[in-house]
Design a protein around this ligand. Sequence first.
Ligand SMILES: [Zn+2]
Length: 424
Amino acid sequence: MSLDDHAEELASDLGVDKEEVREDLEKLVSYSVPIEEAKQSLRRKYGGSARGSSTPTAADIGDITAESGSVTVTAKVLSAGERSIQREGELQTIHEGELADATGRMIYTDWEEFGLTAGDTVTIGNAGVREFMGQLQLNLGQSTTVSFEDEDLDVPYEVGAPRALADLNVGDGAVTVHVQVVDCETREVSGREGSPKPIKSGVIADGSTRLQFTDWEANAALEQGASVRIENAHVGEYRGLPQVTLGEHSAVVALDEPVDVREDAPRVPVREAVETGGMIDVEVLGNVLSVRDGSGLIERCPECSRVTQNGQCRSHGEVDGVDDLRVKAILDDGTGAVTVVLDRDLTEAVYGGTLEDALAAAREAMDRGVVSEAIAQRVVGKEYRVRGSLSVDDYGANLDAVAFEENDDDPAARAARFLSGVDA
Ligand SMILES: [Zn+2]
């Protein structure tokens, strides 16, 4: 065996870069360390690293954990697609999709073009396991081997089947969905060469829920009201919410049959909605505990719409603020608390007057605070049904409301529900 062969074997066993191993091996051999001894010490050196245990173990997908290191799996390819990403300033195409065996399913990223196709049964040797956004992922890299099996593996999942939006997770790739476009707008961003480029974004829905989308290719088939099959999309994350992302490798096909959309929002306990990492359309039911600072009459920056503090915008310095109304209310349902944000329309409804009325009241009292005090008097202590988009960031959970309705159930039922903590 040549030094090169030894390096190759070692790199493959350890799941590390061959060049790196070869350099170390050369150095040790040049110090007259016998080759087997040199290999042993390199196994010790790399064996303890995060990249893998010394020998990849054959694993069932259902048994893989973030600590599995490198694994060997035999699985069926459920979906396979490609996506362009920026990596170290270069545009690179990666292959990704989903694999399954009898025990579970798992997403993969292939950096080496192994040529996986949906429906293939493959044995993947020495693939790295990593955790991304709370989801386990198989990484097929330089030291991974792929062999295509003749025998078809039986799995309890359908190859290439459309996924329900509610089942998608951030990080999923090569995803197919059947959806209705419920909201779609086109805008221009600056493209790769700085020239303007149209993109589309909005909301898609199916029978399970709705999600945001962005299409960097502004596909013509994506238009308001259209029912479409989207192939080879990726699930990214945008402003604390999952987002279906389409790129140059994605396809959109109009469907003959309209896709039925779930009209109501799922009612979810606050804690559960927060734990899923955000939901674009959800209903929670809880009691308003307080109205936070920054409610009532506020001023916004005329350039970026951010709320100004003492006439100062965080980005634009001193500006001539534009009056607006909003409410930030703490809502608690017994499982957790969320900050509900009401826009001007919803705020006018709970205030019982327009922005002009609010400005007049503030002038009369010579105190802008009277508006938020009046709002607090109306809402604090009452129970509300709130529908909207719940996002989660470092500061907690925010629910951008599209509907905010006082719950008109009888008080006894409300009290019982509040005491029991959870309303399923
Ligand atoms: Zn500004």
